[in-house]
Design a protein around this ligand. Structure first.
Ligand SMILES: Cc1ncc(COP(=O)(O)O)c(C=O)c1O
Length: 324
């Protein structure tokens, strides 16, 4: 089933599950603010479990929150590298809990011969992030019980975005340069910026839908994995901290993460990248609610940088980053 955004697919899932009275969901404490929108909007009871600095779920914090009304757990395949998802699935099966897989970082990837996003009872992915279309998300369910009522308003094609995407279909770096030129501002010291807009339409625009259907996802995955290895060389040369030694062979990661301990270097790197459209950014936009439950989240956010793997590093990058 197609949606405009991953948050729409997630909203559909939580409506379909039908949370009652004291039922609650466990959410990872480190995730994009857009995922919390449907939770707040539908007033779903929720608690957070911890994600460590290597983006692995902390099981103890899940056990601490277990109870008879725990209806579902959301797990994220961070950066297309699903950690402990099979153990979590086993735990959910044994305890009659629904597992919802947030695969927004890896549409098109596979893990142990299974498509990512189809491992949980429900899954949602965000192909729009990988091929950079204005909209496009996908919902998966392992039962045929998708019967909740939902607005079926289609997103309109935004002509400026359409023209830009079309004109630069095979040249992502050029597209990002154009976008960088028109970008108004960035706040690399504010984890609540820019905040994802609440959307009131739910189906993708037709242009995005066509591009998602036409794309060769195996080829896209191969290119992104190659770029991951190329960027790893850059990160090692600069002595920044690698988080994943290598990507899963068949994943299709949206972003590659790494840490920089020096705030000054991080800021410089992000500013240069933003000015030149090189694909480095902060991630994610956090929420106040999550920040209040765990003060370590801010420390992590302040040292994390992610690279959009559409970008292939070039000699030009080396020149731009030579003083860092
Ligand atoms: C892990 C994760 N899940 C969900 C989302 C939200 O996706 P969308 O903007 O398609 O709603 C994001 C956004 O960055 C994300 O990083």
């Amino acid at each position: 089933m197609l949606f405009a955004y991953a948050r729409n697919a997630f909203e559909y899932i939580i409506k379909n599950i039908k949370f009652e009275n004291d039922d609650y969901i466990l959410l990872p404490d480190y995730n994009c603010d857009a995922v919390y929108q449907p939770i707040k909007k539908n007033k779903i009871n929720h608690f957070f479990y911890r994600i460590d600095d290597y983006f692995s779920p902390d099981f103890q914090s899940i056990f601490d929150r277990a109870g008879k009304n725990l209806k579902a757990i959301l797990v994220v395949n961070y950066f297309g590298q699903p950690l402990k998802i099979n153990s979590l699935k086993q735990y959910c099966n044994d305890n009659n809990i629904l597992l919802i897989e947030d695969n927004s970082h890896s549409y098109g990837g596979s893990h142990m011969n299974q498509k990512m996003g189809t491992i949980g009872d429900y899954g949602f992915s965000s192909p729009r992030k990988i091929i950079n279309t204005p909209t496009g998300a996908i919902l998966y369910s392992n039962n045929n019980n998708l019967n909740c009522k939902f607005p079926i308003k289609r997103a309109k094609v935004e002509y400026k975005k359409f023209l830009l995407n079309f004109a630069t279909l095979n040249n992502y770096n050029l597209r990002e340069k154009v976008k960088a030129y028109f970008r108004q501002e960035n706040k690399f010291d504010n984890p609540l910026f820019p905040g994802e807009p609440d959307v009131d339409y739910f189906l993708p625009d037709l242009f995005s839908e066509a591009l998602i259907n036409m794309s060769n996802w195996d080829k896209i995955s191969e290119k992104r994995i190659k770029n991951w290895y190329k960027w790893s060389i850059f990160i090692k040369q600069k002595k920044f901290q690698i988080i994943f030694d290598h990507p899963l062979e068949k994943s299709c990661p949206w972003l590659m993460p790494f840490y920089i301990d020096s705030p000054k270097k991080r800021l410089k790197l992000l500013e240069i990248s933003s000015k030149n459209g090189l694909g480095l950014s902060t991630w994610p936009t956090l929420t106040n609610e999550a920040l209040q439950t765990n003060n370590k989240l801010l420390d992590r956010w302040n040292k994390l940088v992610v690279i959009n793997l559409n970008h292939t590093p070039s000699k030009y990058n080396e020149i731009l980053f030579k003083d860092i």
